[in-house]
Design a protein around this ligand. Structure first.
Ligand SMILES: Cc1ncc(CN)c(N)n1
Length: 211
């Protein structure tokens, strides 16, 4: 039986739980997160999203014809997202021309390396990356200010529909993939889960030094 996004979630609940639940997110919800922790995340996630946009461009280049529309819509939304990050950083007087921290750098290198993998692997990783934020920002429950718009960005119904589309596209690619490619897709899913958990942890702890 072919691997699917749903079967990956069922096979790896612990890894996925670590990717989508973290004291960073519950700290936003409870109002206990220090601004320095949030600002670290904001700057590093801007750097991440710039590289992620390049990755989605490469996935589009490898995609079958009937996946192009959905990926183009995703790229359009990423253009708005980058401008939004710049506006949020300006509100907080944050300098975006900073270097990626090692964890962010590792995630960006993973995304660059995906270009060498078959489309089914790239589509699975793309779905996992977007689903991690779609779930992660919603799981703690309603986010208070100033975090409401951050939770809405990745938890709104339109983004949730997009994530469902990405899952359907990944499933379609996996349905005809060899068992070797399916194993590569599973490994990519687990790497995304690991990198997501590390990214939260980076923001949560890296800011401690400046508090
Ligand atoms: C680390 C991370 N993962 C996922 C997303 C959602 N594109 C994000 N903005 N940042």
């Amino acid at each position: 039986m072919a691997l699917t996004c749903q079967s990956l979630l069922q096979a790896h609940p612990t890894a996925w739980h670590s990717a989508t639940t973290h004291p960073f997110l519950t700290g936003c919800q409870s109002g206990t997160l220090h601004p320095a922790q949030f600002n670290t995340w904001l700057v590093q996630d801007f750097l991440f999203v710039k590289d992620f946009t390049r990755m989605v461009g490469r996935v589009l280049g490898a995609a079958p014809d009937d996946h192009i529309d959905g990926l183009l819509a995703g790229l359009g939304a990423l253009k708005d997202e980058l401008l939004w990050f710049e506006a949020k950083a300006a509100e907080r007087s944050l300098d975006l021309s900073t270097s990626p921290q090692p964890t962010c750098q590792r995630y960006c290198e993973f995304m660059t390396g995906l270009a060498q993998q078959p489309y089914a692997v790239q589509a699975t990783a793309l779905w996992a990356i977007e689903y991690a934020y779609n779930q992660g920002w919603q799981l703690p429950g309603p986010m208070p200010e100033p975090y409401t718009e951050f939770a809405d960005r990745w938890g709104n119904p339109g983004f949730t529909d997009y994530v469902h589309l990405l899952a359907a596209q990944a499933d379609a690619a996996l349905a005809t993939a060899s068992s070797e490619v399916q194993a590569q897709a599973e490994a990519a899913f687990l790497q995304v889960a690991d990198l997501e958990a590390a990214f939260w942890q980076m923001a949560f702890t890296a800011a401690e030094a400046v508090q």
